[in-house]
Design a protein around this ligand. Structure first.
Ligand code: SF4
Ligand code: SF4
Length: 167
């Protein structure tokens, strides 16, 4: 093929590379990117914090509840947190677009809060979680799950003990 033929073919074909950043770039659905956290599903077990090899996840107790922070700058996108989370409260999106100015590095954080609440039975302050429901037999209905979450650990145990299970 001579030069003119190649030149004409390339003109007809157009660019073969991605137009990014002026257009969308192909991203596989299963790409392991930015972490997303759903506080409403979290049990506060802190397994994700323990299995994170980069120490990118931190929980802290505050007067409002337990805060969750995941530092995107530190995360190595290994997927351990999602793999070990028992409630699907943490997962990796396929968002890889995390470039940022150095001055913004402290903004590159996924924040979450598991709020404190007042137990509907005894009035004690407790985290809005339901760590005991995994082993409930038969499994809890969505209404029962909400009722368990609305109680403190002691009252949750009582609620589960007195639960009427169909014969
Ligand atoms: S996100 Fe999952 S693994 Fe992490 S504390 Fe919550 S329930 Fe546990
Ligand atoms: S993907 Fe890996 S490095 Fe990133 S927060 Fe999860 S466990 Fe940590």
């Amino acid at each position: 093929m001579n030069f003119l033929t190649i030149f004409a073919r390339n003109l007809i074909q157009g660019p073969q590379t991605e137009a990014f950043p002026f257009g969308p770039a192909f991203t596989p659905d299963r790409l392991r990117g930015r972490i997303e956290f759903k506080a409403e599903s979290c049990e506060g077990c802190r397994i994700c914090e323990r299995v994170c090899p980069a120490n990118a996840i931190r929980f802290a107790k505050t007067s409002d509840g337990m805060t969750f922070d995941c530092w995107h700058n530190t995360c190595v996108f290994c997927g351990n947190c999602e793999f070990y989370c028992p409630t699907d409260a943490i997962h990796q999106t396929n968002d890889w677009n995390l470039a940022h100015a150095n001055a913004d590095k402290f903004e590159m954080v996924e924040h979450g809060l598991i709020p404190n609440q007042t137990c509907v039975d005894c009035g004690a302050t407790a985290l809005n979680t339901a760590p005991m429901v995994k082993n409930a037999k038969p499994p809890l209905s969505p209404e029962e799950y909400s009722e368990v979450r609305a109680r403190c650990p002691k009252c949750r145990a009582k609620y589960l003990k007195n639960r009427k299970v169909p014969a």
